[in-house]
Design a protein around this ligand. Structure first.
Ligand SMILES: Cc1ncc(COP(=O)(O)O)c(C=O)c1O
Length: 403
């Protein structure tokens, strides 16, 4: 065996295992109630519709479905996506502004490849999506965290960070933000802050990467504008995925952005996988064209709203005073805060002993803070298990209480 310390490429040496993927291995036991993963409810998968559509696609378009496709993506799917973006978001998107990807994790990798040189400062939220931090670090990006609160990324903190980077003549590249029902905190960036963010991005000449897998999973309230809509100049790239409202097993997503950047990403994608699955794309296109998608989003929203309410009720019932949490208007997660003196990392093994799991909040903080926080997923477990899991978690906190 070769000496791996000498022969591995820098990008491989920099890429660390995802804390979530490692933790999930511990939480796989059937007796554990897991609030750790970001998994959709498997009982909500549209099995019947997908069965019918797969048969139809094979009957009518097998030669296209089982063949290699264009790297840019299949035009039938693009047509449906463009129509939806126009109707739901008021966006005017042309096929050359759109790249179909093998889900958003690949889109994030493409973002990393296109923009990051080692040591480039990359602006992210505190906390931010772990899978993005992992990619950006693997390309050598130097994470710079901007504080956020219950209204999303704090644009006052963003402005001071940008000012500092500019005065230091740093080569900062992009701001990465999850504006809708954020993973991990479940918070949504307000309209006012969206406008501020886009204004600051123009003023400081920096790209914005808007990663929005949960936007359609809205339980209540009205949606603020997409950042893409607020800045049609091409400074915003938006990432979408079919994972959360269709099925992650399809591994399909898409990027909307300026034609020149989409072209660059298409060339890079050629070397990654040639194209995303043509079969999956044709099934997704038919799922959208036949009206199944809109009906399915409605179903999923109803299911997750009920589960979110169930988790909020259980938290109110069992948690000791001093524990606080966010109240998401949509998405799959909420965020829990313990008193400052408590350490969610240290409590994790205790929770596992009690057969309940969460993701430690510090993993989402690029600056190592957030030790007293954790992410809880409410989409995966049944209502019964949500209630029981929150009761167990509250007991762990009470046993180890430090105010
Ligand atoms: C914010 C965010 N971006 C990207 C992804 C990746 O999703 P996928 O690759 O399944 O599209 C996730 C998954 O949880 C996510 O929460």
């Amino acid at each position: 065996m070769i000496d791996l310390t000498k022969n591995l490429a820098a990008v491989t040496r920099r890429t660390k295992a995802s804390v979530i993927r490692e933790l999930l291995k511990l939480t796989n036991k059937p007796e554990i109630i897991s609030f750790a993963g970001g998994l959709p409810d498997p009982h909500a998968f549209p099995v019947e519709a997908v069965t019918e559509i797969c048969a139809k696609v094979l009957r009518e378009s097998a030669h296209e479905a089982l063949q290699y496709g264009e790297t840019e993506g299949c035009s039938r799917l693009k047509v449906e996506i463009i129509k939806t973006l126009c109707e739901e978001e008021g966006l005017s998107v042309k096929p050359e502004n759109l790249l179909i990807t093998t889900a958003s994790q690949q889109s994030l990798d493409l973002v990393g490849r296109v923009f990051i040189d080692p040591d480039d400062p990359i602006i992210v939220e505190l906390p931010s999506y772990l899978g993005a931090l992992q990619v950006f670090k693997s390309y050598g990006g130097a994470m710079m965290g901007v504080r956020s609160d219950d209204l999303g990324m704090r644009t006052d903190d963003l402005e001071s960070k940008l000012k500092k980077l500019k005065s230091d003549e740093e080569h900062y590249k992009f701001i990465y933000v999850v504006p809708d029902f954020q993973n991990p905190a479940g918070v949504t960036l307000t309209q006012e802050r969206r406008e501020d963010l886009v204004r600051l991005a123009t003023q400081y000449d920096v790209m914005v990467i808007e990663d929005s897998p949960y936007r359609q999973v809205r339980f209540e309230g009205t949606a603020p504008s997409m950042l893409q809509k607020l800045d049609p100049s091409g400074n915003v790239m938006s990432l979408f995925t079919f994972s959360k409202v269709f099925a992650p097993g399809f591994r399909l997503g898409y990027i909307v952005g300026h034609e020149a950047l989409i072209r660059k990403m298409t060339i890079l994608k050629q070397s990654m996988d040639l194209c995303s699955s043509a079969f999956a794309q044709l099934v997704a296109a038919e799922f959208m064209r036949g009206g199944y998608y809109a009906a399915h989003v409605k179903k999923v929203v109803d299911i997750y709203r009920t589960k979110k309410d169930c988790m909020l009720e259980a938290l109110a019932r069992y948690m000791p005073e001093g524990v606080t949490w966010t109240r998401p208007e949509g998405g799959l997660f909420l965020w829990l805060r313990l008193p400052e003196k408590m350490d969610a990392d240290a409590l994790f093994p205790e929770a596992i002993k009690e057969n309940v799991a969460y993701v430690i909040g510090s993993a989402f903080h690029c600056d190592g803070t957030g030790h007293n926080t954790m992410r809880l997923n409410f989409s995966y477990s049944t209502e019964e298990k949500i209630d029981e899991g929150i009761r167990r978690l509250a007991n762990v906190f009470k046993k180890n209480w430090q105010a």
